[in-house]
Design a binder for this molecule. Structure first.
Ligand code: UDP
Ligand code: MG
Length: 318
């Protein structure tokens, strides 16, 4: 098998037909003597997506689908695809046609030049709110500053990776996936191809602000300890200032005998200290939550249904 294409699906009924048509056109035009497969992972869609996938699988044996028992999230859906991919090269692409399937040709060509990861870098992005673009831009730049893994900026999961990268990813069992970080972490030869990100063809984004926030926190907590260290530094700084103030208070009280009933300063220091402590506890909590998720070792996802034989499902790596 030369190429596996992984497509996570969450309420994409208005895009699946067009996506399939374009993907098929592109892949049939490439020279892939070993063949290719399309892996659709249905992440608990509420619409007709599953029915459509089943119909596709009926008429095209290169279509494989996995249906989750509920919505597990985009990163988990892609991970399930990675677990089942058989290709020498594996491409990840969004279902909403924001990532042009035609670019797979360039990504694949570059991979053949001896790279292990070729990611698609967004030169521009259309049809997304100003707030989304700004928060995304900020997030990637902050992340780049606080981590030692060089996670590429302005890049999604649209990319092509070699089989050895996938085999490594399968050995990384973390529950809170941040795939673009994990792939950067693996190393080998990585490069990129630039493209202009289109508007979503149909339907609505499945990434609510809530999902985006938790995704951002996953990225930060998985690849940086900076927030924990910042909490410590903040603690020392505040204690230092408090100590100086204490000295001054004693001096004013005992030596100069000149002191005011200090309601304002008292309130301020109590509120400030309270805030700093809560932030620090919150930061620790974020890491703790992820720690405990990994200790629980629940399966990452549950497959309700698939056109793959049970044996093929069971033999998949953990
Ligand atoms: N997606 C998913 N599970 C989710 C949310 C999204 O599998 O909980 C899929 C979705 O169908 C699409 C891809 O992930 O193929 C990217 O999602 P979306 O286009 O909604 O995100 P955006 O482009 O707005 O960031
Ligand atoms: Mg999208």
């Amino acid at each position: 098998m030369d190429l596996s294409v992984i497509i996570p699906i969450y309420n994409e009924e208005s895009n699946i037909a067009e996506l399939y048509r374009r993907l098929q056109g592109v892949l049939d035009g490439m020279s892939l003597p070993g063949g290719y497969e399309l892996i659709f992972v249905n992440d608990g869609s509420h619409d007709q997506s599953l029915t459509m996938l089943k119909a596709l699988a009926e008429q095209d044996e290169r279509v494989r689908y996995f249906d989750f028992s509920r919505n597990f999230g985009h990163q988990i859906a892609v991970s399930a695809g990675l677990d089942h991919a058989r290709g020498e090269a594996i491409s990840i692409i969004d279902a909403d046609l924001q990532d042009p399937p035609e670019l797979i040709v360039d990504l694949y060509a570059k991979l053949q030049q001896g790279y292990d990861v070729v990611y698609a870098k967004r030169r521009s992005r259309q049809g997304e709110s100003y707030a989304k673009k700004l928060t995304a831009k900020l997030f990637y730049r902050i992340l780049a500053r606080i981590t030692r893994v060089s996670i590429p900026v302005d890049t999604g999961d649209f990319r092509i990776i070699s089989r050895r990268i996938v085999l490594t990813l399968r050995q990384m069992p973390e529950q809170h996936k941040f795939l673009r970080g994990q792939i950067a972490w693996v190393g080998f030869r990585q490069t990129f191809v630039e493209y202009d990100r289109a508007e979503r063809a149909g339907g609505e984004t499945g990434y609510t602000y809530r999902k985006m926030l938790s995704f951002a926190l996953d990225g930060i907590t998985s690849f940086s300890d900076a927030p924990l260290k910042a909490a410590t530094v903040m603690g020392f700084t505040v204690s230092g200032v408090a100590f100086l103030l204490m000295l001054y208070t004693l001096y004013a009280r005992l030596v100069r005998h000149d002191y005011e009933p200090g309601w304002a300063s008292l309130m301020m220091s109590i509120l400030f200290l309270g805030g700093v402590q809560l932030i620090a506890v919150g930061v620790i909590g974020e890491y703790m939550a992820r720690l405990s998720a990994n200790v629980r070792q629940r399966p990452l996802y549950i497959i309700a249904e698939s056109n793959q034989t049970p044996a093929a499902l069971e033999s998949t790596p953990a």
